[in-house]
Write a protein that binds this ligand. Structure first.
Ligand SMILES: [Zn+2]
Length: 502
């Protein structure tokens, strides 16, 4: 074996493995995209030709290569198989392999000061062995974002299951990862003079690297920020209270009478259409009667009936109906009521945390030099990280929800979907509160860029695009463009150096 191969083999084999896993997840994304909107079981029936129902063999089921093997056609009925399948598999495979390479291979091989080498977050420099759970959380999020994007672009709905999976994985993996670290090494302690490099007291030779001001792989409140932790736990319990109140009908769902209104609204428009087409239809029928002795009477009525039915099927009119719903402002009051328990319990939790901590560790003190409050003691790392996950979920979801309520109140039309709230909350649970907040504002620019491109290529804006795909693209831009984002923010706030983010 040549020497360079022996040298490359360890990281190359892992990279190939991660890319292959990505292709398989891409295959799963295809299944989700096809079956979820149809309400089909995701696991039970194996892949079949949608036309002749012929079962695919294991070889034809291999991601990307299966489609190439069949040359895009069913082996039996020769029906074309959409190239979307291998394309989605390739995209997810490249995202998985690319993120792994950028995080763990390129900084080592090319150096941290190269363009590609600088993309990895600081924590990834601790190596895959120490940080793989955080990367797995990111990859799960990426897979779900791809599926959400395709489904949302097609059906204008965000499947909530696809937001709960990454949020749940983040809650378990991030917290367990920090728990493992805490029980093996204890809390890291700030290394004097070097912000972002921590000494691990139980393992004196180990240096734990994070972004300056951070302790872990996602944005937290810091080791001593008990209020942040209390707020996250309180807010999450409040969210549970609100969900229970919805279940027991103590709160009502917003837009719960939409279906009723929709039917009524359509009956009215149908009648209106019938009334307006009555006149010319009768004239038409009269002239028909003149031409042929056996007039077919229902023709005008039928053609008038067909109009609204045909219009219903185009996605544009579906979106329009949603926007025409007249009680959007009133419905926001219901959503504000839903938000009361989480907000109140978040503040209660923050207050209780200070009480509990002052009992346990002594009171908060006031630093007369800096003017800041000093917390009595550090929280254990796993609790700090749990607080980061919960607050990420709450803040990122809260930002989108606040804009939704504000926008709807201002314009009287529903602005942003609740699906978008769920989606960014999930991103917050996986990456902490900073990334999704940035991505949310970046998404508006992505939307404008898409509108311009669509205008140039199609000559007109074909249809109102839902916001979810822009949010997903913006999230990926923040994750993969951190150095650029940090530079941009540094300029924006007039700082001398790029702003440092986790
Ligand atoms: Zn077939």
């Amino acid at each position: 074996m040549p020497e360079w191969l022996i040298y490359m083999l360890p990281w190359l084999s892992v990279l190939v493995f991660v890319t292959a896993v990505g292709a398989c997840i891409g295959s799963l994304v295809n299944v989700l995209v096809y079956r979820l909107p149809l309400g089909l079981d995701v696991i039970v029936p194996t892949s079949r030709c949608p036309k002749c129902d012929h079962k695919l063999t294991w070889r034809e089921n291999i991601p990307i290569f299966g489609w190439l093997l069949l040359r895009g056609k069913c082996r039996f009925c020769k029906a074309k198989i959409s190239p979307e399948y291998p394309i989605v598999e390739t995209v997810v495979a490249l995202l998985f392999g690319g993120i792994w390479a950028l995080w763990y291979v390129i900084p080592d091989q090319l150096g941290r000061d190269t363009v590609l080498g600088s993309i990895a977050p600081e924590w990834a420099l601790n190596g895959a062995a120490m940080t793989w759970p955080a990367t797995v959380v990111l990859l799960v999020l990426v897979g779900c974002l791809v599926a959400m994007t395709i489904i949302d672009a097609r059906t204008s709905t965000i499947r909530l299951e696809l937001t709960w999976v990454p949020a749940g994985v983040a809650l378990v993996l991030h917290t367990a990862h920090a728990w493992w670290f805490y029980h093996k090494y204890g809390n890291p302690a700030m290394m004097p003079g070097l912000e972002g490099a921590w000494i691990v007291p139980n393992a004196p030779r180990m240096k734990w690297l994070t972004a300056p001001g951070e302790v872990w792989t996602l944005a937290t409140g810091g080791l001593a920020n008990w209020k942040f932790i209390g707020m996250g736990i309180g807010g999450t319990i409040g969210l549970g209270v609100s969900i229970l109140m919805l279940r027991f009908k103590l709160l009502t769902r917003s837009f719960s009478d939409f279906d009723e209104w929709y039917e009524q609204h359509h009956k009215e428009t149908k009648q209106l259409l019938n009334a307006s087409s009555d006149q010319p239809a009768e004239i038409q029928a009269d002239s028909d009667r003149l031409a042929s002795p056996d007039p077919v009477v229902p023709v005008p009525a039928e053609s008038a009936d067909e109009l609204p039915v045909a219009a219903e099927e185009t996605p544009e009119s579906g979106m329009d109906d949603w926007l025409q719903y007249p009680h959007a402002r009133r419905e926001m009051v219901k959503e504000l009521a839903f938000l009361c328990p989480p907000v109140m319990l978040a503040f209660l939790g923050s207050w209780l945390a200070t009480l509990f901590v002052s009992k346990q560790y002594g009171p908060w003190t006031h630093d007369s030099v800096s003017g800041q409050m000093i917390a009595p003691a550090n929280a254990p790392l796993w609790l700090v990280v749990l607080g980061g996950v919960l607050m990420g979920y709450l803040i990122a979801g809260g930002v989108v929800w606040a804009i939704r309520i504000g926008g709807t109140m201002a314009f009287g039309k529903e602005a942003m979907g609740l699906g978008d709230v769920h989606m960014m909350a999930a991103v917050g649970a996986c990456l902490g509160w900073i990334d999704p907040t940035l991505a949310f504002f970046l998404a508006a620019f992505v939307g404008v860029a898409y509108a311009i491109v669509a205008q140039v290529f199609r000559g007109k804006l074909s249809k109102a695009m839902p916001y979810g795909p822009f949010l997903a693209v913006a999230t990926m831009m923040v994750v993969l463009g951190k150095p650029l984002v940090e530079m941009g923010l540094g300029r924006l706030f007039g700082m001398d150096a790029p702003m440092n983010l986790p």
